[in-house]
Design a protein around this ligand. Structure first.
Ligand code: IPM
Ligand code: MG
Length: 372
């Protein structure tokens, strides 16, 4: 096996704890890799005014894949106040480093498997197996936002849209505009990825999530693109659901869904809901995948209130490492992680607090490492 270069990005809060547990598993597999630490997170925002410094960007340009822990994010004004005094008042604006990373490296697929492992006391149903393809670079995450609204934009809005006439009397700082920007290319590539996955994994249907009846331009484009691409895959059925309805259907009949594909923000929201069906964020793993780089992470946050306690469940991160190995083509190693994780869950002897047990993050990591 070649020796892989893996960027190791613990980030904030419990990020380093869940990565430490994951390392126990990767080492037990004898995965042949050099792990290179990268600086990222709140600490670097406060000290340097940049949560995702250039040296970490350079590192990501020179690795095969990355494991990422978690990030603390705060609203722009609160973030400004935590900068070291020398950097305050310089107009630095906080943006989530993971969102920047996804855009900068064009990690357009956010892959979020939601699989129930039998024996998990937190499962909603033991049979759930849904794979979510979330668009990861555009939509409401485009970063094109205005408050105050520039005069030129205010004029266009007032001219082109009837409802905006009532805003024309407002001051420019009395409203805000966040742009949902979706491209045909961006929609095509995520929808194609979902269909390719369905084809290669024997899934019968792909369900596209949208709100095209109201958000006609952007979601209309997404839905139309899905219909066009579905024609290339005659053996796979295209279903569709409005984003509000899918939250209800996923709770009511989760077994009706195999593959979901959604624009960025809807995918963000639904993937948390889906994670809860199989045990919550302690089980939600995520891959940010582009043509050249894959960055794998748990979908939970930095959990500041548990930081330093080695309490949180590392299974999400361990399953993210499994996704990384799959993506690198190391299928056998990937399967060994999944089988070991499933066995530990089924046995039920080692459980973290979320599962009703009292084992630590590292005890869970070690239990899985012992079974790979
Ligand atoms: C996720 C997270 C991120 C997102 C946050 C941390 C910016 O919720 O990966 O789902 O909104 O994409
Ligand atoms: Mg999220």
């Amino acid at each position: 096996m070649k020796k892989y270069r893996i960027a190791w990005l613990p980030g904030d809060g419990v990020g380093s704890e869940v990565l430490e547990a994951t390392k126990l598993v990767l080492d037990a597999l004898n995965f042949n890799a050099e792990y290179i630490h990268g600086d990222i997170g709140w600490e670097f925002w406060c000290k340097e005014g940049d949560a995702f410094p250039q040296r970490t960007i350079d590192l990501l340009n020179n690795v095969d894949a990355a494991m990422f822990g978690a990030i603390t994010s705060k609203p722009v004004k609160a973030a400004e106040q935590e900068l070291v005094p020398e950097l305050q008042g310089k107009g630095l604006v906080y943006r989530s480093p993971i969102v920047r990373m996804r855009q900068l490296f064009d990690l357009y697929i956010c892959l979020r498997p939601t699989k129930a492992y039998p024996g998990n006391p937190l499962n909603y149903k033991d049979t759930i197996d849904i794979t979510m393809f979330r668009e990861n670079t555009e939509d409401m995450y485009s970063g094109v936002e205005f408050n105050p609204v520039p005069k030129e934009l205010a004029e266009v809005l007032t001219k082109t849209s009837k409802p905006f006439e009532r805003f024309s009397k407002l001051g420019l700082d009395e409203y805000a505009v966040s742009c949902k920007v979706n491209t045909r290319k961006g929609s095509e590539r995520i929808i194609r990825a979902a269909f390719e996955y369905a084809k290669n994994n024997g899934k019968q249907s792909v369900c596209v999530v949208h709100k095209a009846n109201v958000v006609r331009a952007t979601d209309g484009l997404f839905f139309e693109t899905a219909k066009a691409i579905a024609k290339e895959y005659p053996s796979i059925r295209l279903d569709d659901a409005n984003v509000d309805a899918i939250t209800m259907w996923l709770v009511k009949n989760p077994n009706n869904y195999q593959v979901l594909v959604a624009p960025n923000l809807y995918g963000d929201i639904i993937s948390d809901l889906a994670a809860q069906l199989v045990g919550g964020l302690g089980f939600g793993c995520s891959g940010n995948i582009g043509d050249k780089l894959g960055v794998f992470e748990p979908s939970h946050g930095s959990a500041p209130k548990y930081t330093g306690m080695y309490k949180v469940n590392p299974i999400a991160t361990i399953l993210a490492a499994k996704m990384m190995l799959d993506w690198l083509g190391e299928k056998e190693l990937a399967n060994r992680i999944e089988n070991a994780t499933a066995a530990v869950i089924k046995e039920g002897k080692v459980r973290t607090y979320d599962m009703g047990g009292s084992n630590t993050t590292l005890e869970m990591g070690q239990a899985i490492a012992d079974k790979v």
